[in-house]
Each structure stands twice: as structure tokens, then as C-alpha cells.
Design a protein around this ligand. Structure first.
Ligand SMILES: [Ca+2]
Ligand SMILES: [Ca+2]
Length: 168
């Protein structure tokens, strides 16, 4: 009986409230190298977001934004990391306006890293950067400025959120 109750409680915590969430996206959304293929979020001592791309290039012209929703009662994201995906670019964390625009820079401990061998960009944030949330979900967008206009690729769709990732 006790084992049965335990299994039921575990099932309630299921994939929608995991400490790790992996989301896949189709290939071919962008003609340049920023195409998002997969995003993995781990919410433990830090929040780590790992984005897998297709054909990521050191000499590309792509940028990426990872939006964080830490407060479901306020519409939209509370924070965003904006980063270049080409060699030598910068990155920074900001608060976000209700129209998903960067607002104020946040001073805290976080890092962004691009690995061209594995075609991944990785973002590591102290939980304090995001206000120590119980759970977090993310939306990911890459963009590339071309002579013909701006190309974008959102993870699974425009302003789509992943499932929430509970703090483990
Ligand atoms: Ca894609
Ligand atoms: Ca929110």
C-alpha cells in the first residue's frame, strides 16, 4: 500500500514539473547557422540552458535570446539573456518589459559559452539571478540579419514556452 501511494505521488510530479526538460525543434528554419534543434534545461544549484544548433559558425552573424518565466502571475518573461553566437561577442542578462523587450541590466553571477565543435550555446545562471524561483520555463529565439531581412527561429514556435522546470 505504502509503495503504491509513493508511486502515485511521483507520477503527480511527472515530466511537466521535472528538474530537467529537453525540447526538440525542427531543422531548416533558418538558412544561416542559428537554427535551433534542441534545448535542455537543468534547474539544480544553478539554472543551465543548453541550446543545440545546426551549422553554428564562428564567423556567423547570429544572435540568441533565452527568455525566462519565473512568475506565472505576471504575463510574459521576467528575464532575458541576449548573446551573440559568433566568436568574440558579448552577452548580458536583463529584466524584460511586458512587450518582451530588454529593460534593465541585472548584476549577478552568470556565464554564456559557445562551443563550435558541438554547435551548442550554454547559459549558466545562479538561481539568485532569477530571484530564486521555485520553477522556471524558457523560450528561445535566434535571429540573423540578412540583406533580405531578419531571419528568426523560435524553439517550437513564436514565444512558445517549455514545460516548467522545478528546482531540484
Ligand atoms: Ca529550428
Ligand atoms: Ca511571467
Amino acid at each position: 500500500m505504502v509503495a503504491g501511494v509513493g508511486a502515485g505521488a511521483l507520477a503527480l510530479c511527472g515530466p511537466a514539473m521535472a528538474q530537467t526538460v529537453t525540447v526538440h525543434d525542427v531543422a531548416g528554419d533558418m538558412s544561416t547557422g542559428g537554427d535551433v534543434r534542441q534545448v535542455r534545461i537543468v534547474h539544480e544549484g544553478r539554472v543551465v540552458v543548453r541550446v543545440h544548433h545546426k551549422d553554428l559558425r564562428e564567423d556567423g552573424a547570429e544572435g540568441e535570446q533565452v527568455f525566462f518565466d519565473t512568475n506565472r502571475s505576471r504575463p510574459g518573461p521576467e528575464y532575458v539573456i541576449s548573446a551573440g553566437l559568433f566568436d568574440g561577442t558579448d552577452y548580458f542578462l536583463s529584466t524584460v518589459t511586458r512587450s518582451w523587450k530588454q529593460d534593465r541590466r541585472v548584476t549577478c553571477s552568470y556565464r554564456a559559452h559557445v562551443d563550435y565543435d558541438t554547435e551548442t550555446s550554454v547559459y549558466r545562471l545562479d538561481r539568485a539571478c532569477l530571484g530564486n524561483p521555485k520553477q522556471v520555463r524558457v523560450a528561445v529565439r535566434t535571429a540573423s540579419s540578412l540583406p533580405s531581412g531578419v531571419e528568426r527561429d523560435w524553439l517550437t514556435g513564436y514565444r512558445h514556452w517549455t514545460d516548467p522546470v522545478r528546482h531540484g
